[in-house]
Design a protein around this ligand. Structure first.
Ligand code: MN3
Length: 202
């Protein structure tokens, strides 16, 4: 059985950049539904119910075929959102430093260029999906995934991800996805990104 994790901050913790209304609906509506649908899909497959979500995400091709797409979409939704909440934090003017900044500079030149390229990728995601910063053999790379697919299922380690489904911004930003992306940088939890990077390099 999978359960909905609590947010690591209050629903209004990311305001004014991401409103409490969005956070509340996103967590108790969307994320909760992914968890509920994932549990329902695995009901008749007890051998999968006690696996970690990580194990499920890297074994999608072994999931029974009749529920595979449901597990991919809803397991992915649970996995991605559990990470997404941690990748954000109330605005405190955080900036990346240390090894993370070194690697960003190595791969993208500087932080501003990285943010521009990440933003361009996020704007270009057609329909629903995610933009990611991943680590691939020690190198930072950008990638997009459709729907709730995760780079993790392709053997890559996600360090930072941005949900660009309309449910993530429409209540506040309407059709202006670029404005949502610009605002979102204010609530990126760089400490969490650095922690993920360190874990992947160990
Ligand atoms: Mn979402």
């Amino acid at each position: 059985m999978f359960t909905l994790p609590d947010l690591p901050y209050e629903y209004d913790g990311l305001a004014p950049y991401i409103s409490a209304d969005i956070q509340h609906l996103h967590h108790t509506g969307h994320h909760a539904a992914y968890v509920k649908n994932l549990n329902a899909a695995l009901e008749k497959y007890p051998e999968w119910q006690n696996k970690s979500i990580e194990e499920i995400m890297i074994s999608l091709d072994k999931i029974p075929e009749d529920v595979r797409t449901t597990v991919r979409n809803n397991g992915g939704g649970h996995f991605n959102h559990s990470m997404f909440w941690q990748m954000m934090a109330p605005h405190k003017g955080q900036v990346p430093g240390g090894t993370l900044l070194d690697k960003i500079q190595h791969s993208f030149g500087d932080l501003k260029t990285f943010q521009e390229q990440f933003g361009q990728g996020a704007v270009k995601v057609f329909g629903s999906g995610w933009e990611w910063l991943v680590i691939d053999n020690g190198e930072l790379k950008l990638m997009s995934t459709p729907n709730q697919d995760s780079p993790f299922s392709q053997g890559l380690t996600p360090l930072l991800g941005l949900d660009v489904w309309e449910h993530a911004y429409y209540l506040q930003y309407y059709n202006k996805r670029p404005d949502y992306i610009t605002a979102w940088w204010n609530v990126v939890n760089w400490d969490n990104v650095a922690k993920r990077l360190d874990a992947s390099l160990r």
